[in-house]
Design a protein around this ligand. Structure first.
Ligand SMILES: NCc1[nH]cc(CCC(=O)O)c1CC(=O)O
Length: 312
């Protein structure tokens, strides 16, 4: 069985700059931690091939499905996902073998002339394809005009550089990984724009039956990040909201009286920004998923379900 020990791990990835960059980061981390060699295998997904709005394609799950098929077919041994793009339902036969340490989970503004949100004049155009960002930006009451956009990070930033939009809102993590932080004009305070559940985190997936890959990937695990994203995603799952719902959740670790504690915040915002419910809970890291469920129940008690109804 020496061949197994020395064989190269095949890592399935989308072809976008962000996906290949994230995948290479994970490949390098695996090699550094275990000595195993890893090769990237490009897989094209429906989400990459179509320019239709993500919601029309059936949600961000379209990016994930092709990678999972390749894993289950044995064409690749692992896949690296942006955790926030994963559907909340588990994938039979597959396991999230590692959640590495996450990047800064906050959203950022990339605006013309170095402007911050507060400096953008009323009527300024701000591009985003995410209902969560659109709803929270409208709720700020700044009179911004939200313009639906999609495409990869460079395409979106080009809309500002070309003068077609006044600003776009993006995840700081994506820009950090692509070495594009110089374009950021403001990092948005979570009090104004709360991040998406699991934003900035990666999920490294392999076949449940593949114990060798699971063991190698286990070396990348960052338990604090896992607790934070489990708490955030459990809010989303308990609200029965998809990845395109205007739901935000953000967990941080703070020092409590008896040791580290999770401080979890979440919000649901009506798409028109006219109404929102937000709340928070604090508790042990080991109760991550129960904390998320409790917070979701609190938000539902206070009318979250009504806010999530999307007019067709
Ligand atoms: N839905 C696209 C997507 N998925 C993950 C990221 C950024 C990286 C991350 O959150 O880990 C992005 C781009 C964005 O939201 O700006």
């Amino acid at each position: 069985m020496t061949a197994l020990v020395t064989s190269t791990l095949r890592l399935g990835t989308r072809a976008s700059a962000l996906a290949t960059t994230q995948s290479q980061l994970v490949a390098d981390a695996i090699t550094a931690a275990t000595g195993a060699s890893v090769e990237l295998v490009l897989i094209s997904t429906e989400g990459d091939r179509s320019s239709a709005a993500i919601q029309q394609l059936g949600g961000t799950g379209v990016f994930v499905a092709a990678l999972r098929e390749a894993l289950l077919a044995g064409e690749v041994d692992l896949a690296v996902h942006s955790y926030k793009d994963l559907p909340t339902a588990p994938a039979p036969g597959l396991i999230l073998a590692a959640v590495p340490a996450r990047e800064d989970p906050r959203d950022v503004l990339v605006a013309r002339d170095g402007l911050t949100l507060g400096e953008l004049p009323a009527g300024s155009t701000v591009g985003t394809g995410a209902p969560r960002r659109a709803a929270q930006l409208r709720a700020l009451g700044l009179g911004l005009e939200i313009v639906p956009i999609r495409g990869n990070v460079d395409t979106r930033m080009a809309r500002v550089a070309e003068g077609d939009l006044d600003a776009v809102v993006l995840a700081r993590a994506g820009l950090a990984r692509l070495d594009r932080l110089a374009a950021v004009t403001e990092t948005l305070d979570p009090l104004q724009v709360l991040p998406a559940p699991a934003q900035g985190a990666l999920a490294v997936e392999c076949r449940t039956s593949d114990s060798r890959t699971r063991e190698l990937l286990g070396r990348l695990e960052h338990p604090v990040t896992r607790s934070c994203v489990v708490a955030e995603r459990s809010v989303l799952a308990a609200l029965e909201a998809g990845c395109s719902a205007p739901v935000a959740a953000y967990a941080e670790v703070a020092e409590g009286e008896t040791g580290p504690e999770l401080f979890l915040r979440a919000s649901v915002t009506a798409l028109d920004g006219g109404d929102s419910v937000r709340g928070s809970v604090t508790g042990p890291l080991t109760d991550a998923s129960a904390l998320g469920r409790a917070l979701a129940a609190d938000l539902l008690d206070r009318g979250a379900a009504e806010l999530m109804v999307v007019p067709q």
